[in-house]
Write a protein that binds this ligand. Structure first.
Ligand code: PLP
Length: 372
């Protein structure tokens, strides 16, 4: 039955919003019996002192949060050796990414990203009516400089680099990024969501290059994905433009308080980061021995090419039947891969046990029901 009112309203949608069908209602969150290794969270509790800061902030619940996140921006500036004008804080780094897209891209513009890359960027580009240019490189360990400086990317409004990259976990030398910044006048957005698990970072470049915007998040290495804390670091002129278009009060008092407390207590996460790096080595070694081929990772996840026979979608479904959730990316040339986040030791043991069970079932030709 046609609904004239609804049709009239929908016809007023702007083109990018009209192109997308209404989102179907999402799947409910998995219950706690699932081992969730599909979205790169950090499964550990907050350090007690950070937790206490959140409880104290709850007493401010009747007040609006501090305007423009000034206290949090100041704390981040002190921690990163910058001024508060170099810092924008937001509801996760994805809020800052969204601001960058809104600030720089008009319909018909393009943005370049190393491919495969963080898939959320495809949606952000589409919402601006912009084209996302996927730049492919044969070498995951260095930047394809020519393609970025001279190829189709040369007309892009900005270039997006995630280092370490998601979903591969690979890391390019910071010297390569510096070379790109020095040789290009375009904006380079360096997304360092996973940098605390990597050997180096690009922070020292912020004061040297005014065409750099560096993104950080507390979702991955600081166990605060559900709290939503992220930062953009860059030249005050750029940062000020982004702050101009940010929603008022986009962060809440808990996020602000946890962000400030994490910044003051980063040393408390040392063991957490060591654990993740150690488990990454242990699990990838075990998985390689089982016939998976692993892209060396510098993040809190790894990309595993599945052994001959079954593809990534098959493995994702087989693992889900064993109550283990991993990620699969059908559209990025990664049909034979799964991405696995690093969790606690018991979670990773459950993952390895499930993989072994699946191999046993394959050998015996059994059907793959969930274990009792
Ligand atoms: C490369 C990359 N950047 C940004 C984000 C978004 O992080 P946040 O939780 O801060 O929005 C993610 C999350 O998966 C990511 O993988």
């Amino acid at each position: 039955m046609s609904d004239a009112k609804l049709q009239a309203v929908l016809s007023s949608l702007l083109e990018p919003a009209r192109q997308l069908d209404a989102l179907p209602s999402g799947r409910p969150a998995p219950d706690a019996s699932y081992v969730k290794l599909n979205t790169n969270e950090n499964p550990f509790p907050l350090p007690t002192i950070v937790w206490q800061s959140a409880i104290a902030a709850l007493e401010q619940q009747y007040l609006y949060p501090e305007n423009d996140n000034i206290g949090l921006r100041k704390a981040a500036a002190d921690a990163y050796g910058l001024s508060k004008d170099h810092v924008i804080a937001g509801n996760g780094s994805s809020e800052i990414l969204g601001l960058i897209y809104r600030a720089f891209l008009a319909p018909g513009d393009s943005v370049a990203m190393l491919s495969p890359g963080f898939s959320f960027n495809h949606k952000l580009a589409l919402l601006q009516g912009a084209q996302l240019l996927d730049i492919r490189s044969n070498d995951a360990h260095s930047l394809p400089m020519e393609q970025l400086l001279l190829g189709p990317a040369k007309d892009a409004k900005f270039i997006l680099l995630a280092n370490p990259n998601n979903p591969t976990g690979s890391f390019v030398p910071v010297a390569d990024i510096e070379c790109l910044l020095a040789n290009s006048n375009r904006l380079i957005v360096l997304d360092e969501a996973y940098v605390d698990f990597a050997p180096d970072n690009g922070l020292r470049l912020v004061n040297r290059y005014s065409n750099l915007l560096l993104l950080r998040t507390f979702s991955k290495s600081y166990a605060a994905a559900g709290i939503r804390v992220g930062f953009g670091l860059g030249h005050p002129e750029l940062i000020g433009r982004l702050r101009n278009i940010q929603n008022v009060f986009s962060m809440n008092v808990i996020g602000q308080a946890i962000g400030i407390s994490v910044l003051a207590n980063r040393a408390a996460y040392e063991e957490n980061h060591q654990h993740i790096k150690h488990e990454r080595e242990r699990v990838t070694t075990a998985l390689s021995q089982l016939g998976f081929s692993i892209t060396p990772s510098h993040a809190n996840f790894f990309l595993a090419r599945t052994p001959d026979g079954q593809g990534g979608r098959w493995w994702q479904a087989a693992l889900e039947r064993q109550k283990i959730l991993v990620a699969f990316f059908p559209d990025e040339g990664l049909e034979h891969c799964i991405r696995v986040s690093i969790g606690t030791r018991p979670q990773m043991n459950a993952f390895l046990t499930a993989v072994c069970d699946i191999f046993d079932s394959l050998r015996l030709g059994r059907s793959l029901g969930s274990r009792p």
